[in-house]
Write a protein that binds this ligand. Structure first.
Ligand code: BES
Ligand code: MN
Ligand code: MN
Length: 454
């Protein structure tokens, strides 16, 4: 029996097993889910063993365990390191979910549930591709190392320590990741660039305690007003960030690359349907694709303070808070950007408030050439799995680990995503197109198989 027939014949089993994985609420951000995180790590380890790996380890860390597996029994063949994450974002808000986040359900060709697209569904694609190869041939076609972490959605802190201390164990000829999206339905894609991410939080304090707004209002500073004034100043009329120096290190993207990106079958209609806003804005002088993939941004992610309960409360709050972030592109340096952002904010703030400024996480952007032969193999494998030619894209999301690995090992990083941009990752009703899940297993199995002849 050939590989694709073998995989086709196991669709129901594969899907049933994925449901089992998705039912574990492996939310990395919440301590109440710690037992579920442990269960998910165990689940991954058990299924790696079932797929044919003899060396499987659950590695405890300061936070959530990593799962490592290795099979180095293909002498003379390349070694690939596959990376993914078993942790997921919190399901909240719960009310908008059509079916509960951790009770996955198939509807109209999609599978709904937290982690379907980001990233448990995509990790499972690799587990089943590898298992199929092992069952058919009694061995894997190449040398494979697997690293599945449980802290991706909270910043991958433990992972980085692990990489620094286990370089030997992780060396490979290529890094393989499935944690991104395709350009659109029916367009298999290989991602060669991601944005970086700095995340910040500020706390402004005016009065030492909340005040009666009648007794004191008019003669005292209001930190919430100061905060809104501050954020109103962080963009200009052309939707550019006003931080001095913010754009200084942005690498110039060649006219040829811009042309290629703008020629991709990216559909404004699909994008607008997914967003559903009354109208669209963005940095002047750039197309939407460019704004999303090759331009840095500053975004306000949350703002709070004062009274938010039922009815009215006449109060001047003592404190006001905001969470915000900058998406970064090559060659912006996250540490340097954080300094520029803090300096500008401190300069803009009046003397009437104290400001506590925190950088919660930093992550570098990534872009790389894709002419190594492995990219050709990936393209052909996607052709086999999807019957369509794969395109090379950049994306706006961030996977700081990819840059860290690329900087450390200087090997090709092959990002093959099976999500779609409108599958509600991090939001209610997250889903994955079943066609992409099943096609992904075929494509990835072909990829591992074809790597043997590289
Ligand atoms: N899988 C995503 C990253 C992603 C999304 C890449 C879409 C390409 C397209 C990952 O799980 C994620 O959510 N990353 C976070 C950053 C991380 C440091 C928490 C992000 O991009 O906001
Ligand atoms: Mn992810
Ligand atoms: Mn995510």
């Amino acid at each position: 029996m050939n590989l694709t027939e073998f995989i086709e014949g196991r669709r129901d089993q594969h899907l049933a097993e994925l449901l089992e994985f998705l039912r574990i609420p492996s939310v990395s951000a919440k301590s109440e889910n710690k037992p579920d995180i442990e269960r998910a790590a165990q689940w991954v380890a058990d299924h790696l063993r079932a797929a044919g790996f003899k060396t499987v380890e659950i590695v405890p860390t300061n936070l959530h365990p990593l799962v490592y597996a290795g099979s180095l029994e293909a002498p003379g063949k390349p070694t690939v390191l596959f990376y993914g994450h078993y942790d997921v974002q919190p399901a909240e808000p719960l009310e908008p979910w059509t079916s509960p986040a951790f009770e996955p359900q198939s509807r109209d060709g999609n599978l709904y549930g937290r982690g379907t697209a980001d990233d448990k569904g995509q990790v499972h694609i690799h587990l089943k591709a590898l298992e199929s190869l092992h069952q058919l041939n009694g061995k894997f076609p190449v040398n494979i190392k697997v690293l599945i972490e449980g802290e991706e959605e909270v910043g991958s802190v433990s992972l980085w320590d692990y990489v620094q201390n286990h370089k030997e164990k992780l060396t490979a000829d290529a890094l393989l990741v499935s944690d991104t999206a395709m350009l659109g339905k029916g367009v298999p894609s290989i991602t060669y660039g991601l944005r970086g991410l700095n995340y910040y939080q500020i706390e402004l304090t005016g009065p030492v305690r909340d005040l009666h707004s009648g007794v004191y209002g008019g003669a005292v500073p209001n930190p919430l007003t100061v905060l809104t004034e501050l954020f109103a100043k962080l963009h200009d009329h052309n939707f550019r960030a006003t931080i001095p120096g913010f754009y200084d290190d942005v690498a110039k993207v060649s006219p040829a690359e811009r042309k290629a990106l703008n020629k991709l079958p990216w559909k404004a209609k699909d994008f607008e349907r997914a967003v559903g806003a009354p109208a669209y804005v963005g940095e002047k002088g750039f197309t939407s694709v460019e704004r999303l993939w090759i331009r840095p941004t500053l975004e306000l992610n949350g703002m709070w303070g004062g009274y938010q309960g039922e009815g009215a409360k006449t109060v001047i709050p003592s404190k006001a808070y905001a969470k915000f972030s900058t998406r970064l592109v090559p060659d912006q340096n996250p540490k340097k950007i954080a300094k520029l952002v803090e300096a500008h904010i401190r300069k803009l703030l009046p003397k009437t408030v104290h400001c506590k400024f925190e950088v919660l996480s930093t992550g570098k952007p990534w872009v790389a050439a894709y002419h190594a032969p492995i990219f050709q193999v990936a393209q052909e494998a996607l052709q086999k799995g999807f019957g369509k030619k794969a395109v090379f894209i950049r994306e706006g999301g961030s996977i700081p680990f990819v840059t860290q690995m690329h900087d450390t090992f200087k090997v090709p990083c092959v990002l093959i995503g099976f999500g779609l941009p409108d599958e509600n990752a991090h939001a209610p009703d997250e889903h994955i197109l079943l066609e992409n899940y099943f096609g992904g297993i075929k494509a990835i199995a072909c990829f591992y198989e074809d790597l043997a002849s590289l």
